[in-house]
Design a protein around this ligand. Sequence first.
Ligand code: NAI
Length: 346
Amino acid sequence: MKKKIAFFDTKPYDKLWFDKFNENYEITYFENKLNKNTAKLASGFDGVCAFVNDEIGKETIDVLYEEGIKVIAMRSAGYNNVDVKAAYGKIHIVRVPEYSPYAVAEHAMALLLTLNRKIHKAYIRTRDFNFSLSGLMGIDLHDKTIGVIGTGKIGMTFIDICKGFKMNVIAYDPYPRQNTDINYVTLEELFKTSDIISLHCPLTEETKHIINKDSLALMKDGVFIINTSRGALVDSDALLNALNNGKVRGAGLDVYEEESEFFFEDLSGTNIKDDILSLLVSRPNVIITSHQAFFTEEALNAIAKVTLNNLDDFYADKFLSNEICYRCEKVKDKQKCLRERNSRCF
Ligand code: NAI
Protein backbone atom coordinates (compact mmCIF):
# COMPACT_ATOMS: atom_id res chain seq x y z
CA MET A 1 0.00 0.00 0.00
CA LYS A 2 1.23 3.48 -0.84
CA LYS A 3 2.31 5.68 2.08
CA LYS A 4 0.07 8.68 2.61
CA ILE A 5 1.78 12.06 2.76
CA ALA A 6 0.09 15.27 3.90
CA PHE A 7 1.48 18.27 2.02
CA PHE A 8 0.89 21.60 3.77
CA ASP A 9 0.81 25.17 2.44
CA THR A 10 0.52 24.02 -1.16
CA LYS A 11 -0.12 26.01 -4.30
CA PRO A 12 -1.08 24.73 -7.78
CA TYR A 13 2.57 24.67 -8.88
CA ASP A 14 3.48 22.29 -6.03
CA LYS A 15 0.91 19.80 -7.30
CA LEU A 16 2.16 20.23 -10.86
CA TRP A 17 5.77 19.38 -10.06
CA PHE A 18 5.19 16.71 -7.43
CA ASP A 19 2.54 14.90 -9.48
CA LYS A 20 5.02 14.83 -12.38
CA PHE A 21 7.56 12.81 -10.42
CA ASN A 22 5.51 11.02 -7.75
CA GLU A 23 5.06 7.29 -8.17
CA ASN A 24 5.27 5.90 -4.67
CA TYR A 25 2.99 8.05 -2.52
CA GLU A 26 -0.64 8.99 -2.06
CA ILE A 27 -0.31 12.75 -1.67
CA THR A 28 -2.99 15.04 -0.25
CA TYR A 29 -2.35 18.71 -0.98
CA PHE A 30 -3.63 20.92 1.84
CA GLU A 31 -3.68 24.67 1.23
CA ASN A 32 -3.50 25.26 4.99
CA LYS A 33 -0.22 26.21 6.55
CA LEU A 34 1.02 23.71 9.07
CA ASN A 35 0.83 24.96 12.66
CA LYS A 36 -0.29 23.67 16.04
CA ASN A 37 -3.96 24.08 15.05
CA THR A 38 -3.78 22.44 11.64
CA ALA A 39 -1.40 19.63 12.61
CA LYS A 40 -4.41 17.37 13.33
CA LEU A 41 -5.04 17.27 9.57
CA ALA A 42 -2.09 14.88 9.45
CA SER A 43 -4.16 12.27 11.31
CA GLY A 44 -4.12 9.01 9.36
CA PHE A 45 -1.12 10.03 7.26
CA ASP A 46 2.32 8.43 7.29
CA GLY A 47 4.37 11.56 6.72
CA VAL A 48 4.24 15.31 6.33
CA CYS A 49 5.73 17.65 3.76
CA ALA A 50 6.05 21.32 4.73
CA PHE A 51 7.38 24.65 3.47
CA VAL A 52 9.12 27.82 4.64
CA ASN A 53 6.24 29.61 6.36
CA ASP A 54 4.78 26.63 8.17
CA GLU A 55 5.08 26.96 11.95
CA ILE A 56 6.71 23.78 13.13
CA GLY A 57 7.38 24.61 16.75
CA LYS A 58 7.27 22.27 19.74
CA GLU A 59 3.47 22.20 19.96
CA THR A 60 3.08 21.34 16.28
CA ILE A 61 5.72 18.63 16.61
CA ASP A 62 3.94 17.17 19.65
CA VAL A 63 0.59 16.98 17.84
CA LEU A 64 2.21 15.38 14.77
CA TYR A 65 4.05 12.89 16.94
CA GLU A 66 0.83 11.93 18.73
CA GLU A 67 -0.70 11.37 15.29
CA GLY A 68 2.09 8.91 14.52
CA ILE A 69 4.09 11.08 12.11
CA LYS A 70 7.72 9.99 11.99
CA VAL A 71 9.05 12.19 9.20
CA ILE A 72 8.70 15.79 8.06
CA ALA A 73 10.08 16.38 4.57
CA MET A 74 10.82 20.07 4.17
CA ARG A 75 10.57 21.09 0.52
CA SER A 76 13.02 23.91 1.23
CA ALA A 77 16.65 24.45 2.12
CA GLY A 78 16.00 26.69 5.15
CA TYR A 79 14.46 25.06 8.23
CA ASN A 80 14.54 27.94 10.74
CA ASN A 81 10.76 27.44 11.14
CA VAL A 82 11.31 23.95 12.58
CA ASP A 83 12.10 23.39 16.25
CA VAL A 84 14.73 20.77 15.49
CA LYS A 85 15.46 20.25 19.18
CA ALA A 86 11.81 19.44 19.93
CA ALA A 87 11.75 17.06 16.97
CA TYR A 88 14.91 15.22 17.98
CA GLY A 89 14.23 11.61 18.97
CA LYS A 90 10.63 11.85 17.72
CA ILE A 91 10.35 13.00 14.13
CA HIS A 92 13.07 12.90 11.48
CA ILE A 93 13.47 16.16 9.58
CA VAL A 94 14.75 15.96 6.01
CA ARG A 95 15.19 18.87 3.62
CA VAL A 96 16.48 19.87 0.19
CA PRO A 97 19.85 21.39 1.03
CA GLU A 98 20.58 22.49 -2.49
CA TYR A 99 18.23 22.78 -5.41
CA SER A 100 19.40 25.74 -7.41
CA PRO A 101 21.79 28.24 -5.88
CA TYR A 102 21.60 29.96 -9.28
CA ALA A 103 17.88 30.67 -8.86
CA VAL A 104 18.41 32.62 -5.63
CA ALA A 105 21.72 34.26 -6.56
CA GLU A 106 20.38 35.42 -9.92
CA HIS A 107 17.29 36.84 -8.22
CA ALA A 108 19.51 38.76 -5.77
CA MET A 109 21.33 40.31 -8.74
CA ALA A 110 18.00 41.02 -10.47
CA LEU A 111 16.87 42.96 -7.39
CA LEU A 112 20.11 44.94 -7.31
CA LEU A 113 20.07 45.76 -11.03
CA THR A 114 16.40 46.74 -10.97
CA LEU A 115 16.83 48.96 -7.92
CA ASN A 116 20.00 50.60 -9.13
CA ARG A 117 18.86 51.34 -12.70
CA LYS A 118 15.24 51.94 -11.61
CA ILE A 119 13.87 49.57 -14.22
CA HIS A 120 10.63 49.27 -12.23
CA LYS A 121 10.05 53.02 -12.61
CA ALA A 122 11.14 53.16 -16.26
CA TYR A 123 8.76 50.32 -17.13
CA ILE A 124 5.78 52.18 -15.67
CA ARG A 125 6.83 55.48 -17.30
CA THR A 126 7.34 54.25 -20.84
CA ARG A 127 4.00 52.40 -20.77
CA ASP A 128 2.54 55.86 -20.37
CA PHE A 129 4.78 57.27 -23.14
CA ASN A 130 6.71 59.24 -20.54
CA PHE A 131 10.26 59.06 -21.89
CA SER A 132 11.84 61.43 -19.38
CA LEU A 133 15.04 60.29 -17.64
CA SER A 134 14.65 62.50 -14.58
CA GLY A 135 15.15 60.56 -11.38
CA LEU A 136 16.34 57.40 -13.13
CA MET A 137 20.10 57.81 -12.64
CA GLY A 138 21.96 54.85 -11.16
CA ILE A 139 25.61 54.04 -10.44
CA ASP A 140 28.11 51.77 -12.21
CA LEU A 141 28.39 48.48 -10.35
CA HIS A 142 31.84 48.02 -11.85
CA ASP A 143 34.52 48.53 -9.17
CA LYS A 144 31.94 48.98 -6.39
CA THR A 145 32.50 47.06 -3.18
CA ILE A 146 29.92 44.40 -2.49
CA GLY A 147 29.81 42.78 0.95
CA VAL A 148 28.47 39.22 0.93
CA ILE A 149 27.36 37.84 4.30
CA GLY A 150 27.43 34.05 4.17
CA THR A 151 29.58 32.23 1.63
CA GLY A 152 27.65 28.99 1.32
CA LYS A 153 26.24 27.64 -1.92
CA ILE A 154 24.12 30.69 -2.76
CA GLY A 155 26.65 33.25 -1.48
CA MET A 156 29.39 31.68 -3.62
CA THR A 157 27.19 31.64 -6.71
CA PHE A 158 26.32 35.28 -6.09
CA ILE A 159 30.02 36.11 -5.71
CA ASP A 160 30.71 34.53 -9.11
CA ILE A 161 28.02 36.72 -10.66
CA CYS A 162 29.46 39.84 -8.98
CA LYS A 163 32.93 38.96 -10.23
CA GLY A 164 31.48 38.91 -13.75
CA PHE A 165 30.49 42.53 -13.17
CA LYS A 166 34.11 43.21 -12.05
CA MET A 167 32.91 44.26 -8.62
CA ASN A 168 35.22 44.28 -5.63
CA VAL A 169 33.87 41.41 -3.51
CA ILE A 170 34.43 41.19 0.25
CA ALA A 171 32.77 38.60 2.47
CA TYR A 172 32.04 37.61 6.03
CA ASP A 173 31.37 34.08 7.23
CA PRO A 174 32.22 32.68 10.68
CA TYR A 175 33.21 29.47 8.88
CA PRO A 176 35.26 30.81 5.98
CA ARG A 177 36.00 28.54 3.05
CA GLN A 178 39.54 27.25 2.84
CA ASN A 179 41.66 27.54 -0.29
CA THR A 180 39.68 30.28 -1.99
CA ASP A 181 40.66 33.73 -3.12
CA ILE A 182 37.71 35.28 -1.28
CA ASN A 183 38.63 38.41 0.59
CA TYR A 184 37.18 37.64 4.03
CA VAL A 185 36.87 40.63 6.38
CA THR A 186 35.30 41.19 9.78
CA LEU A 187 31.60 41.94 9.88
CA GLU A 188 32.38 45.46 11.07
CA GLU A 189 34.72 46.11 8.14
CA LEU A 190 32.13 44.73 5.75
CA PHE A 191 29.50 47.09 7.15
CA LYS A 192 31.86 50.06 6.98
CA THR A 193 33.26 49.57 3.49
CA SER A 194 30.51 48.03 1.35
CA ASP A 195 28.56 49.99 -1.26
CA ILE A 196 26.14 47.08 -1.45
CA ILE A 197 25.40 44.38 1.14
CA SER A 198 23.78 41.09 0.20
CA LEU A 199 22.63 38.56 2.79
CA HIS A 200 23.19 34.86 2.15
CA CYS A 201 23.42 33.40 5.67
CA PRO A 202 20.79 31.32 7.46
CA LEU A 203 18.51 32.77 10.12
CA THR A 204 19.89 31.74 13.52
CA GLU A 205 20.04 33.28 16.99
CA GLU A 206 23.30 34.97 15.96
CA THR A 207 22.06 36.33 12.64
CA LYS A 208 18.61 37.57 13.72
CA HIS A 209 18.54 41.34 12.97
CA ILE A 210 22.13 41.30 11.74
CA ILE A 211 21.00 44.43 9.88
CA ASN A 212 19.86 46.68 12.73
CA LYS A 213 20.12 50.27 13.95
CA ASP A 214 23.74 49.84 15.05
CA SER A 215 25.01 48.01 11.97
CA LEU A 216 23.18 50.47 9.70
CA ALA A 217 24.89 53.35 11.53
CA LEU A 218 28.28 51.88 10.58
CA MET A 219 27.40 51.68 6.87
CA LYS A 220 28.30 54.10 4.11
CA ASP A 221 25.67 56.64 3.20
CA GLY A 222 23.79 55.43 0.15
CA VAL A 223 24.34 51.70 0.71
CA PHE A 224 22.11 49.17 -1.08
CA ILE A 225 20.75 46.27 1.00
CA ILE A 226 19.69 43.02 -0.69
CA ASN A 227 18.02 40.26 1.31
CA THR A 228 17.08 36.99 -0.37
CA SER A 229 17.71 34.85 2.73
CA ARG A 230 15.27 35.24 5.59
CA GLY A 231 13.22 38.28 6.62
CA ALA A 232 14.26 38.38 10.26
CA LEU A 233 17.90 38.98 9.28
CA VAL A 234 16.79 42.59 8.89
CA ASP A 235 15.17 44.74 11.57
CA SER A 236 12.52 46.19 9.25
CA ASP A 237 11.83 49.18 11.50
CA ALA A 238 15.50 50.16 11.50
CA LEU A 239 15.67 49.65 7.73
CA LEU A 240 12.66 51.92 7.21
CA ASN A 241 14.33 54.66 9.27
CA ALA A 242 17.55 54.26 7.30
CA LEU A 243 15.60 54.53 4.03
CA ASN A 244 13.85 57.64 5.33
CA ASN A 245 17.08 59.42 6.28
CA GLY A 246 18.91 58.43 3.09
CA LYS A 247 21.46 56.13 4.73
CA VAL A 248 20.11 53.30 2.58
CA ARG A 249 19.81 54.15 -1.11
CA GLY A 250 17.65 51.19 -1.92
CA ALA A 251 16.52 47.86 -0.52
CA GLY A 252 15.71 44.71 -2.49
CA LEU A 253 13.81 42.30 -0.29
CA ASP A 254 12.63 38.87 -1.31
CA VAL A 255 11.80 38.07 2.29
CA TYR A 256 10.19 39.98 5.14
CA GLU A 257 10.15 39.42 8.89
CA GLU A 258 6.39 38.99 9.10
CA GLU A 259 5.94 37.49 5.64
CA SER A 260 4.08 34.35 6.70
CA GLU A 261 0.78 36.25 6.95
CA PHE A 262 1.10 37.75 3.49
CA PHE A 263 3.54 36.16 1.09
CA PHE A 264 2.38 33.67 -1.54
CA GLU A 265 -1.21 34.99 -1.30
CA ASP A 266 -3.16 37.39 -3.53
CA LEU A 267 -4.21 40.04 -1.03
CA SER A 268 -4.99 42.77 -3.55
CA GLY A 269 -8.13 44.55 -2.48
CA THR A 270 -7.68 43.79 1.21
CA ASN A 271 -6.45 46.06 3.99
CA ILE A 272 -2.90 45.14 4.88
CA LYS A 273 -2.63 45.51 8.64
CA ASP A 274 1.13 45.78 8.77
CA ASP A 275 2.25 49.38 8.74
CA ILE A 276 5.91 48.63 8.15
CA LEU A 277 5.19 46.38 5.16
CA SER A 278 2.80 49.00 3.74
CA LEU A 279 5.42 51.75 4.13
CA LEU A 280 8.17 49.61 2.61
CA VAL A 281 6.00 48.64 -0.36
CA SER A 282 5.07 52.27 -1.00
CA ARG A 283 8.69 53.45 -1.25
CA PRO A 284 10.02 53.85 -4.78
CA ASN A 285 13.49 52.73 -3.70
CA VAL A 286 12.29 49.46 -2.20
CA ILE A 287 11.49 46.39 -4.25
CA ILE A 288 9.70 43.59 -2.50
CA THR A 289 9.24 40.23 -4.14
CA SER A 290 7.19 37.55 -2.46
CA HIS A 291 9.83 34.94 -1.51
CA GLN A 292 10.17 34.07 -5.18
CA ALA A 293 13.96 33.81 -5.46
CA PHE A 294 13.78 30.00 -5.54
CA PHE A 295 11.03 29.99 -8.16
CA THR A 296 12.59 28.64 -11.34
CA GLU A 297 11.69 25.52 -13.31
CA GLU A 298 15.03 23.95 -12.49
CA ALA A 299 14.62 24.59 -8.76
CA LEU A 300 11.06 23.21 -8.58
CA ASN A 301 12.14 20.19 -10.55
CA ALA A 302 14.98 19.52 -8.11
CA ILE A 303 12.84 20.23 -5.03
CA ALA A 304 10.24 17.66 -6.08
CA LYS A 305 12.79 14.99 -6.98
CA VAL A 306 14.92 15.40 -3.84
CA THR A 307 11.91 15.60 -1.49
CA LEU A 308 10.44 12.38 -2.92
CA ASN A 309 13.86 10.75 -2.77
CA ASN A 310 14.23 11.79 0.89
CA LEU A 311 10.89 10.09 1.62
CA ASP A 312 11.97 6.97 -0.32
CA ASP A 313 15.14 6.75 1.79
CA PHE A 314 13.16 7.23 4.97
CA TYR A 315 10.66 4.47 4.24
CA ALA A 316 13.40 2.14 2.96
CA ASP A 317 15.17 2.54 6.34
CA LYS A 318 18.21 3.96 4.59
CA PHE A 319 20.71 6.55 5.76
CA LEU A 320 19.17 10.01 5.37
CA SER A 321 21.80 12.15 3.68
CA ASN A 322 19.56 15.23 3.88
CA GLU A 323 18.52 14.84 7.50
CA ILE A 324 19.03 17.75 9.86
CA CYS A 325 19.00 17.86 13.66
CA TYR A 326 20.00 20.33 16.34
CA ARG A 327 23.37 18.63 16.70
CA CYS A 328 24.48 18.39 13.12
CA GLU A 329 23.34 21.93 12.32
CA LYS A 330 25.86 23.41 14.74
CA VAL A 331 29.52 23.08 13.89
CA LYS A 332 30.52 22.67 17.52
CA ASP A 333 28.09 19.78 18.06
CA LYS A 334 28.63 18.22 14.64
CA GLN A 335 30.95 15.50 15.87
CA LYS A 336 28.33 14.35 18.37
CA CYS A 337 25.79 13.76 15.64
CA LEU A 338 25.37 10.15 14.52
CA ARG A 339 24.99 11.38 10.93
CA GLU A 340 28.73 12.03 10.97
CA ARG A 341 29.04 8.25 11.37
CA ASN A 342 26.74 7.54 8.43
CA SER A 343 23.79 6.79 10.65
CA ARG A 344 20.47 8.58 11.05
CA CYS A 345 20.55 11.53 13.44
CA PHE A 346 18.77 9.42 16.09
P1 NAI B 1 24.47 27.25 2.96
O1 NAI B 1 24.23 26.45 4.19
O2 NAI B 1 25.15 26.63 1.79
O3 NAI B 1 25.31 28.56 3.34
C1 NAI B 1 25.06 29.36 4.46
C2 NAI B 1 26.37 30.04 4.82
O4 NAI B 1 26.10 30.98 5.87
C3 NAI B 1 27.44 29.06 5.35
O5 NAI B 1 28.67 29.27 4.68
C4 NAI B 1 27.53 29.41 6.82
O6 NAI B 1 28.83 29.21 7.35
C5 NAI B 1 27.16 30.88 6.79
N1 NAI B 1 26.82 31.40 8.10
C6 NAI B 1 26.38 30.72 9.19
N2 NAI B 1 26.25 31.58 10.23
C7 NAI B 1 26.64 32.80 9.77
C8 NAI B 1 26.74 34.08 10.39
N3 NAI B 1 26.47 34.25 11.69
N4 NAI B 1 27.17 35.11 9.63
C9 NAI B 1 27.49 34.94 8.33
N5 NAI B 1 27.41 33.75 7.70
C10 NAI B 1 26.98 32.70 8.42
O7 NAI B 1 23.05 27.83 2.55
P2 NAI B 1 22.60 28.36 1.12
O8 NAI B 1 22.04 27.26 0.33
O9 NAI B 1 23.67 29.19 0.56
O10 NAI B 1 21.35 29.28 1.54
C11 NAI B 1 21.52 30.46 2.30
C12 NAI B 1 20.17 30.93 2.79
O11 NAI B 1 19.38 31.33 1.68
C13 NAI B 1 19.31 29.84 3.47
O12 NAI B 1 19.64 29.71 4.83
C14 NAI B 1 17.92 30.35 3.28
O13 NAI B 1 17.55 31.10 4.41
C15 NAI B 1 18.01 31.26 2.07
N6 NAI B 1 17.23 30.78 0.93
C16 NAI B 1 16.28 31.61 0.39
C17 NAI B 1 15.53 31.21 -0.68
C18 NAI B 1 14.52 32.13 -1.33
O14 NAI B 1 13.71 31.66 -2.15
N7 NAI B 1 14.51 33.41 -1.03
C19 NAI B 1 15.68 29.87 -1.26
C20 NAI B 1 16.75 29.09 -0.66
C21 NAI B 1 17.47 29.53 0.41
